[in-house]
Structures are given as C-alpha cells and as structure tokens.
Write a protein that binds this ligand. Structure first.
Ligand SMILES: [Zn+2]
Ligand SMILES: [Zn+2]
Length: 164
C-alpha cells in the first residue's frame, strides 16, 4: 500500500471541489467551434483567439465560454461586450459551448495553487505536468496536478494515467 499516494489522491479529490484555490495565470487551448478549430490563449495582457469574431470585436463566444467554465479560477473581470457584437447570439453560443467539454483541449497553462499552508506554482505543457511542491519532485505527480486533472477532465490530454 502506498499510503503517501493514497493521502494525496484523497486530498486531490477534496481540492477538485474547491477550484477557487487555483489562479490561472496563462493558458493555451484548442477550441473546436461549429466550423473550425481555433487557438485561444490567455495571458496577463489579456485574451486572444484566432476566430474571425475576435479579430473584429476582441471578444468572441469561445472566450465567453471559457470565462463561464473557468470562472472561479480566472480572478479577472469578464471581457466587456463590444459595440456591433451580436451579443444575443454569442451569449447563446457561449452557454452551449461551456456545456460541451469535448470542444476544448488545453495544450498549456500556468497557475498558482493555494494549498493548505503554501501557494504552489504548477503548470501543464506538451502533455506533461510540473509543480514546485516537494511531493511532485519525488513522485512526478501531486495533489495539485491531480486536482486540476479532475477539474479539467476531458479537456486535457495527459500522458501519465493516474488510477483511482
Ligand atoms: Zn474565438
Ligand atoms: Zn504540487
């Protein structure tokens, strides 16, 4: 029995119910829209999306869907609607998209995790996790990465499978 690991899995399960502990600092996502797949990103400077709507209005239903989906982890104001934007249609789309997780694939993110005692920095890139906590350093997995894996279930392609 690996009691250390069992404890972390238990903690991850609890943390996954508390997404407000996480602050997303940046992210990269492939977003499958109705016609095309777009590359979307969020950084300190703001959101970006390769869809035509964003080029015109600097906001789009893909970003609005992510704002909805990730709200407790974003810690930033939603983008304001733009003049000329079809708000009714975009709100409807964003709502629908936010319920269709298979449209969304995270390719990378950086985030802070407010743990019980310390804040840890963790990230995901090219299918691999990273975290600066001690447990991760020795085991290559930790309660922070496992919690996020649960929260983003179906939206993140992990190369290491952690069993129940
Ligand atoms: Zn877009
Ligand atoms: Zn960790």
């Amino acid at each position: 029995m690996d009691y250390g690991m069992i404890g972390k899995i238990e903690k991850a399960r609890r943390y996954a119910q508390e997404p407000e502990r996480i602050t997303l600092l940046s992210l990269k996502v492939d977003f499958r829209g109705d016609n095309n797949t777009y590359q979307m990103s969020m950084e300190e400077s703001g959101w970006h999306c390769t869809c035509p709507g964003f080029q015109t209005h600097h906001i789009c239903p893909h970003i609005m869907a992510m704002e909805k989906l990730l709200r407790p982890m974003l810690k930033r104001q939603p983008l304001p609607y733009a003049p000329g934007q079809n708000v009714v249609s975009d709100v409807e789309k964003a709502k629908r998209y936010a319920g269709e997780h298979d449209r969304i694939q995270f390719t990378a993110f950086h985030a802070d995790f407010q743990g019980t005692n310390d804040t840890h920095h963790f990230s995901f890139s090219d299918g691999a996790w990273s975290c600066n906590c001690d447990f991760f350093k020795s085991r290559g997995v930790c309660c922070h990465t496992m919690a996020m894996e649960r929260i983003l279930s179906g939206m993140i392609a992990v190369s290491t499978v952690v069993t129940q």
